[in-house]
Design a protein around this ligand. Sequence first.
Ligand SMILES: O=CCCC(=O)O
Length: 498
Amino acid sequence: MSTQLPFKLRDSSLFHDTALNNGQWVHSKSRDTFAIEDPGTGKVFASCATNKVADVDGFVESSQNAFLKYRDMNPRQRAQMLLEWHRLIKEAREDIATLVTYETGKPKSEALGEVDYALGFAWWFAGEAERVRGSIAIPSVSNRRTFVIKQPIGVSVALVPWNFPVAMIIRKVAAALAAGCTMIVKPSPETPLSTLALADLALRAGFPSGVLNVITTDNDNTPELSEALCKHPLVRKVTFTGSTAVGKLVARHCSYGLKKVTMELGGNCPLIVFNDGDIDQAVAALMILKWRTAGQACTHANRVYVQSGIYDEFAKRMLAATQKLKVGHGNDASTTMGALTTVRGIEKLERHVDDAVSKGGKVLCGGKRIDGPGYFFQPTIISDMTSSMLTTNEEIFGPLLGLYKFESEGEVVRLANNTSMGLASYFFTRDVDRTWRMLESLEAGMIGMNTGNSSAAESPFGGIKESGYGKEAGKDVAIEEYLISKTGTLTVGEVSKL
Ligand SMILES: O=CCCC(=O)O
């Protein structure tokens, strides 16, 4: 297959188009395959094994068998393997980024940036592996001792999206493997190749067979296969990143076995610029936050609220900066915004633009799909947005920036919080008192203050409300997602009469 690829990998042995089970590259029982498209051309460039429900048991059983040994491995050894994985991924960053570019459509520079961002998680969780701690309580009864130990929960499953295929996988896998769990990753059907390359590197880093399995499948089989994974009695933990609608389904599947679940779901994130904010700083932050991955991130600014005193100036500067973007194939070094990953994304954008325009929105630039091969949409800015529009109430997941005018802090807090979602919120102000008030008032799991980027290995990542629950990254909280607590009570000497 690798000879027909439209790119050349430095290490061609990183290319795999079958799943990974128990250290072996395996076809599915049916031997069916699905096509992988380059969103930058719309052409199929590879295929991969379609696993089905009948294949699930084999992956879970090998993961469970591996867990029974891996859980007892010294955490320092686990940390060393994570550091080796980190080293190997860093060495292979060009190849991984190339795969991500062809799978997702994002520019190579962004794909490289994603690999670098993702490396932070492997490094971070290597540190966390040795720092798992239980606790000892002061006893209420004199000859009793009460303590809590932490242990790995067991086989975990990661259901992963296509927008940050490397970062999402390393963030989940590194936490699970640091904790002593094994993990089965089900990559998105759009992006299995980068996942398989990362899994190959994990094997090379010394993780025993079965500790990391990758089960690939197509879009048609994804719902049933994911359900089978979630309901499998040997699976104890599921982590999902994706839409709120699918998250609710996954949570329902997991509820039958009362599985521990982490939900990183959709966002409808507001970004607020106050009159006293630094316009250049806000524009620079929004240029990255809005157009990176062609707007396809849960943390992207879905609604941009600008205070009336600077609204026109802000719109002018944002428009000027946006008009300098160069949309194109991710492999072209001059591209600054790539393709959308799926054609579904284009159709959704068209609905959002039509709806906004029909309700009084003014298109300042873009607004249309770009004709020709690939899934391209013009970077679009619409002003005069109002609360009744689709974009105000639904995650856009594309390169559409809606500008809303507001007058007062109280008003914008109400507008910003008027959503069922609560992933991230951002605001720009130079007023220290306001900074603290806004931090406390905004209903979101992550708050960016004078920044559009709050993601990093040391920052707990996760939302509130219908954006989900549980945290990934950050100290203690993320590894905790893969641990159980066990309370021990010991009598020392005679049983107390009290
Ligand atoms: O789209 C979701 C994840 C984005 C991030 O890690 O900042």
